[in-house]
Design a protein around this ligand. Structure first.
Ligand code: 6PG
Length: 260
C-alpha cells in the first residue's frame, strides 16, 4: 500500500456501524460547508442507500449531530443507463430509501443522469461530466473535481463504482466520468466516476457488510492484488475509511482501528 494506510473500522453489526458512519459523515459535512458552502458527495447503489438511511434519518443526539441536508449536493458514483424510475436505477434506489424520507424544507440538491441520452452512453457520460464541471469549476481550471466525500460499496468481486477487476476502464486517466457497456454485473450499460476522480476525493468511505464479503476483504486487505477497491486504498491511504461488520472481515489480518 501507499505511504499511509486506510482505516478499517469493524462493528458487531449494522446497528453499531450506522451511528459511527453518521458521525463520520457529519464531520465531512462540516469540513465541506466550511470549505465551499456546500457538502459535495457521491454515492453508489447496492446496499449502501439503506445503511445511509439508517444512519442519517436517526434523530439528532445534540446540536453537533445535525445532518444539514439542505446544504448537500449529491452525485452518483455510478449509475445504470436506465430510466430514473427503473428497478435498476441507483437514483430510484436512493430516492426510495432516503430522499423521499427527508422533510420537504431540507431537500438536498440531487444530480441525476440526463435520461435524454440513454441511447448514447458516451453522451450520457459526457453530459454527467458537464454536471460535475458546472459544480466543481471548469476542466481548464481544475485537473480533477474534489468531492468532500465518496460513499461507496464493495462488490463480491472487489469492484467499486462501476470499476470492475481487470477492466480497461481502470486505466482511464483523462475523463472524469466514463461509459461502460460491458459491466459483468447486470445491467451492462452504465456510467461511472473514474479512478483518478475517486482517488482525488477529500475522503472516501466504503460500507461493506455480511459474511459474503469476507473472501474479497481478505484479498483487498491482506493480498492487495490490484482489485479496484485495493487501488482506491492505495490511492487514498488514510483518506479512506472502511465501515464494516465483523462477519465481513472474519479472517482478515489487516489491523482494525477503534472508531473514536
Ligand atoms: C452498482 C453498485 C455497486 C455496489 C456494490 C456493492 O451499481 O452495481 O453501485 O457498485 O455498490 O456492488 O453492493 P452491496 O453493497 O449490495 O454488496
Amino acid at each position: 500500500m501507499g505511504k499511509t494506510q486506510p482505516n478499517l473500522y469493524a462493528f458487531p453489526g449494522v446497528d453499531a456501524l450506522a451511528p459511527a458512519l453518521r458521525s463520520y459523515i457529519i464531520q465531512s459535512q462540516a469540513a465541506g460547508i466550511a470549505r465551499h458552502g456546500a457538502f459535495k458527495i457521491a454515492v453508489s447503489g447496492g446496499s449502501l442507500p439503506k445503511t445511509l438511511a439508517q444512519a442519517l434519518l436517526a434523530p439528532a443526539q445534540g446540536s453537533e449531530d445535525r445532518v444539514d441536508f439542505a446544504h448537500w449536493e449529491i452525485f452518483f458514483a455510478d449509475e445504470r443507463a436506465v430510466p430514473l424510475d427503473h428497478a435498476d436505477s441507483n437514483y430510484a434506489l436512493l430516492k426510495a430509501e432516503l430522499l423521499d424520507k427527508i422533510p420537504a424544507d431540507q431537500k438536498p440538491t440531487v444530480h441525476a443522469i440526463d435520461v435524454a441520452h440513454l441511447d448514447d452512453l458516451q453522451e450520457l457520460a459526457d453530459q454527467y461530466e458537464q454536471v460535475l464541471v458546472a459544480s466543481f469549476a471548469s476542466r481548464d481550471s481544475v485537473r480533477l473535481p474534489i468531492f468532500d466525500l465518496l460513499l461507496l460499496g464493495c462488490g463480491p468481486d472487489g469492484h467499486t463504482c462501476s470499476l470492475f477487476p481487470g477492466h480497461p476502464l481502470l486505466r482511464e486517466t483523462s475523463a472524469w466520468v466514463a461509459p461502460i457497456d460491458d459491466s459483468p454485473k447486470p445491467p451492462p450499460k452504465r456510467i461511472t466516476l473514474t479512478l483518478p476522480v475517486v482517488n482525488h476525493a477529500v475522503r472516501v468511505a466504503f460500507v461493506a457488510t455480511g459474511a459474503g464479503k469476507k473472501d474479497i476483504m481478505k484479498q483487498i486487505f491482506d493480498q492487495n492484488d490490484g482489485l479496484p477497491c485495493a487501488l482506491v486504498n492505495e490511492g487514498t491511504g488514510e483518506r479512506c475509511s472502511w465501515f464494516v461488520d465483523e462477519p465481513a472481515v472474519e479472517g482478515v489480518t489487516f489491523p482494525r482501528r477503534a472508531f473514536l
